[in-house]
Design a binder for this molecule. Structure first.
Ligand code: FES
Length: 153
């Protein structure tokens, strides 16, 4: 049985739309795998294109890299995901999107009270300091709903 020809960095970059530096980064984080030639050049199996498509889709909906890694860990490394795999993942992503939409809507509703104001008052601004959270427990970047504080949100 013939073996599948592996792909070079340039081929994977071209076909996936990711820069070679991103491929190295994802490999370093364990999201994708590459073998090495005797000369030390990276070679990828074709399945890496599916994993990269998954990474792009997941980051497009706002998953953090750690969350992408967790999801990828549930997928097989040696075969493409099945319809059942995708159904399970899309159910989970839908839930995350719903949470994020709710957080953004809450932020938008608070913004309505601030439009044209600009005071960012620590005492009275529900956008800057909702429910006086800063006064009771937060400092610095803790001002946004948790879902919107995530990197990549
Ligand atoms: S900016 Fe003034 S109340 Fe929010």
């Amino acid at each position: 049985m013939p073996t599948e020809r592996s792909l070079t960095v340039a081929e994977v970059a071209h076909r996936s739309g990711f820069a070679p530096s991103a491929l190295r980064f994802y490999e370093g984080r364990g999201l994708i795998e590459a073998s090495r030639t005797s000369g030390g050049q990276r070679r990828y199996q074709r399945i890496v294109l599916r994993r990269l498509a998954f990474i792009r889709a997941a980051t497009n909906i706002g998953l953090r890299l750690e969350e992408v890694a967790e999801e990828l860990a549930t997928l097989p490394r040696s075969r493409t995901p099945t319809a059942a795999d995708w159904q399970r993942i899309s159910r989970d992503w839908r839930g995350r999107l719903d949470e994020r939409i709710a957080a953004i809507e809450a932020l938008r509703d608070r913004l309505d009270g601030c439009i044209g104001c600009g005071c960012l008052s620590l005492r009275s601004c529900s956008l800057y300091n909702p429910g006086d959270e800063i006064g009771t427990r937060m400092s610095g970047a803790g001002r946004l709903p948790e879902l919107l504080r995530r990197r990549g949100a």
